[in-house]
Ligand binder design. Structure first.
Ligand SMILES: [Mn+2]
Length: 439
């Protein structure tokens, strides 16, 4: 049964063809049609352009990071998941499976040195075969690699030790070199740099060292590249982090130049931060370059997108949609899921995250911006809130399914994934006790 539904190509790689997906969609298309007709009528009557919204959903692509395909861990332990990808090729295959099921994950974000391609040409061909492009490259100066000539124990770009700083700058330049070969166009820098005890660091020296180092990296980028500077308030350092918040990142991006931007990671804020306002502020200044999706209850929990605070996610998307329409000075943001999964099947978790992202995007597209502006102008607080919540409370899932039907993706990606026994097949191909590289 399995063999007839999935195709094995020469190196035993599982791919899901459009014909197989079509076959599964047939069972659900009737239910879909009635749900979609109902919603389409309702939205059209309210003045929405449904076809345009469906096209926008179909076009929305989120990069999958290479480290999200294996089971993540906590500092207390890690529980492996069978069939994890143990090479860059297999990681691309996994992203390819997600993309085949959703047509929303057409990009992959690599982490260096975990994913240095040994054969660039073969890797590029593999990506093309899955319809994938290489999004932002990620450098790693938060851990020492075997044989490292300098240590990042006391910082990298901010380090008091000049040799550590130079070593970290050189690593970022190496990441750019690899990224250029893969036709990536951006570099994301996230630093663990900070201090765990008062007095450990001179704040101004650390900041000044970071600025100088980032400027050197920026100067080493090709003209058509962007630099994304990611901030985070704490962890792994618990007293101070040198790039602790959006303001610090924004300041450093401005110091570097016009192709440097702030990157917002949803989990990198103190509890109850108004992230939607941060998004609005950055887009107003044309400086929101990258976006990392996840969800959290307390800190950088890296939970499935939309699993804890779906309304906050909607409000954030409302600002993103507003900014994409009203801030032409802001580049189109680079979207990525930045989550780490400890107990779920990583691929199912990514499918859930993609669904949550697209739901938030679709509901934000339903916000009647004209009516909202009027309500704000009239100081009609009740109406303004209602306009947002009317959009939020609309079940937009038929719009997502319409987009997937349009692109040949699965009406129900997780059910199709399970029906096709993808995980079982990955385990039989790769084994039960493999560990994704980098984890
Ligand atoms: Mn991140």
């Amino acid at each position: 049964m399995l063999k007839t539904l999935t195709r094995l190509i020469k190196n035993q790689t599982m791919i899901i063809g459009k014909d197989i997906i079509e076959q599964y969609n047939k069972n659900e298309v009737e239910n879909f049609n009635s749900d979609f007709d109902f919603l389409q009528n309702k939205l059209t009557k309210a003045g929405a352009n449904v076809a345009e919204i469906v096209n926008k959903i179909a076009d929305f692509q989120v990069a999958i990071p290479s480290w999200a395909l294996g089971a993540g861990g906590t500092r207390f332990g890690r529980f492996s998941y069978g069939g994890e990808p143990s090479s860059l090729e297999q990681k691309l295959d996994d992203v390819g499976l997600i993309h085949a099921l959703t047509h929303s994950a057409g990009a992959v974000s690599l982490h260096i040195p975990w994913d240095i391609p040994s054969d660039v040409k073969a890797i590029k061909e593999k990506a093309v075969s899955h319809g994938l492009v290489f999004d932002a490259m990620n450098s790693n100066t938060f851990q020492d690699q075997p044989g490292a000539k300098q240590s990042y124990k006391f910082g990298s770009l901010n380090a008091a030790n000049e040799d550590s700083r130079a070593y970290a700058v050189e690593h970022n330049k190496e990441v750019i070199r690899i990224g250029k070969e893969l036709d990536s166009k951006s570099l994301t820098v996230w630093l663990a740099d900070g201090s765990s005890f008062p007095g450990q660091l001179n704040f101004q020296t650390a900041l000044s060292n970071t600025e100088k180092s980032l400027k050197e990296i920026y100067a080493g980028m090709p003209e058509d590249w962007k630099l994304f500077i990611e901030y985070k308030p704490y962890e792994p350092n618990f007293y101070s982090t040198t790039i602790q918040d959006w303001g610090t990142s924004f300041m450093l991006a401005n110091a570097c130049g016009e192709r440097a931007f702030t990157l917002v990671d949803l989990g990198h804020h103190l509890p109850n931060s108004n992230i939607e306002q941060i998004v609005a502020t950055l887009m107003y200044k044309g400086k929101l370059g990258g976006f990392h999706f996840n969800d959290s209850k307390y800190g950088d929990d890296d939970l499935t997108v939309g699993s804890i605070k779906p309304y906050a996610l909607f409000l954030i998307f409302n600002e993103l949609v507003y900014g994409m329409e009203n801030n032409p000075n802001n580049p189109y943001p680079a979207w990525m899921i930045d989550a780490s999964h400890n107990i779920k099947d990583p691929l199912e978790d990514l499918l859930q995250s993609l669904e949550a992202i697209l739901i938030a995007y679709a509901t934000a597209l339903l916000v009647d911006q004209k009516a909202l502006k009027e309500a704000q102008q009239n100081n009609d607080v009740v109406l303004a809130q209602d306009i947002l919540q009317n959009a939020y409370r609309t079940d937009v899932r038929p719009l997502l399914r319409a987009a997937r039907l349009q692109t040949g993706a699965a009406l129900d990606p997780i059910a199709t994934y399970r029906n096709l026994k993808v995980r079982e097949q990955l385990i039989s191909e790769r084994g039960l006790n493999v560990k994704a590289t980098g984890l």
